[in-house]
Design a protein around this ligand. Structure first.
Ligand SMILES: *[C@@H]1O[C@H](CO)[C@@H](O)[C@H](O)[C@H]1NC(C)=O
Ligand SMILES: *[C@@H]1O[C@H](CO)[C@@H](O)[C@H](O)[C@H]1NC(C)=O
Ligand SMILES: *[C@@H]1O[C@H](CO)[C@@H](O)[C@H](O)[C@H]1NC(C)=O
Ligand SMILES: *[C@@H]1O[C@H](CO)[C@@H](O)[C@H](O)[C@H]1NC(C)=O
Length: 282
């Protein structure tokens, strides 16, 4: 038998044995590309940095892109796959997920320094971390070694990404379905303190809810008509709020500057569904 064939069969045997032991859950590692792509991190970061310099909102968009990828069959890059039946066209993503061009730019930059090595799923994970850090949020080590999906599931994207209409119980259960606790859910919901939202996403909140700062509701109503299309106007939240949240306990934020003049207090920073539950006091 030819020796390269027997090496392959040995490798396969080893894989079968390892799968038997670990249930085939390959371990992710921060060192995954340390030999095969030593310049990966600075390469990704500089492209993310340019994108955010060009448009500050892009940091929040890249973070959301990662979240929406991960919630559907894991962080496997499936959201990046084109095709009308793909996840890009699922209800929670169509006309709202942004940043695909930036991911393409990062992928090209990474291919230039180490062709054919780094998965797109890992690039999305690193870009989300870099975005948060560049915008003034916390930093963390990203474990790597994800494999890219070859198929996407629009049905799963429609059903598993928690919609803005979810109540607390539904939110807890969506996060639990992907192995995240209610504490994780509260922490991850902090991502909503940056970026922009479409009028359609907060119209009911600013017109129909009573547990909202009335002056904030009024300001937002000015840019979001009570009825009429999805609106192109936005609810902008600033980076300075993210900074404060990363260093302060949310319930202690009494006011923060948003843009130039809007004052925000703890009933309006963060997600009211969560704030009212007392979970944020943890
Ligand atoms: C996902 O939701 C969109 C919008 O509601 C719908 O048009 C589409 O058919 C759904 N896709 C699947 C596979 O259920
Ligand atoms: C506000 O509530 C009323 C009564 O339930 C409903 O008809 C209306 O569509 C709601 N408005 C928004 C913007 O959700
Ligand atoms: C925060 O907003 C709520 C709701 O509008 C209001 O009742 C409360 O007095 C405000 N607190 C501060 C510190 O401004
Ligand atoms: C958060 O702030 C509140 C109000 O000042 C305080 O009661 C609570 O103990 C703080 N929690 C933590 C974890 O620091």
């Amino acid at each position: 038998m030819d020796s390269s064939f027997s090496k392959i069969s040995q490798a396969l045997l080893l894989l079968v044995v390892l799968c038997g032991i670990t249930g085939c859950n390959a371990q992710l590692s921060t060192e995954f590309y340390s030999k095969s792509c030593p310049n990966l991190f600075p390469t990704v970061k500089s492209t993310v940095h340019s994108a955010i310099t060009k448009e500050a909102r892009m940091g929040a968009s890249l973070l959301r892109l990662f979240f929406h990828d991960c919630f559907v069959n894991g962080c496997d890059g499936s959201l990046l796959l084109d095709g009308t039946s793909g996840e890009k066209n699922a209800a929670p993503n169509v006309n709202s997920v942004r940043g695909f061009d930036v991911i393409d730019d990062i992928k090209s930059a990474v291919e230039n320094v180490c062709p054919g090595v780094v998965s797109c799923a890992d690039i999305v994970a690193i870009a989300a971390r870099d975005s948060v850090h560049i915008m003034g949020g916390p930093n963390w080590e990203v474990k790597l070694g994800r494999r890219d999906a070859r198929s996407a599931s629009q049905a799963a994207a429609n059903s598993s990404i928690p919609p803005p209409t979810s109540n607390l119980k539904q939110l807890i259960s969506s996060f639990k379905a992907v192995g995240l606790s209610s504490k994780d859910m509260v922490a991850l919901s902090g991502a909503h303190t940056i970026g922009q939202a479409r009028c359609i996403s907060f119209r009911a909140r600013v017109y129909n809810d009573s547990n909202i700062d009335p002056s904030l509701a009024k300001t937002r109503q000015r840019h979001c008509p009570r009825s009429r299309g999805s609106g192109t106007t936005i609810w902008r939240r600033s980076m300075s709020i993210l900074r404060r949240i990363s260093t302060t306990n949310t319930s202690r934020i009494s006011s923060a500057k948003e843009g130039s003049s809007t004052r925000i207090n703890s009933s309006s920073v963060g997600d009211p569904r969560i704030l009212s539950s007392g979970l944020t006091a943890r």
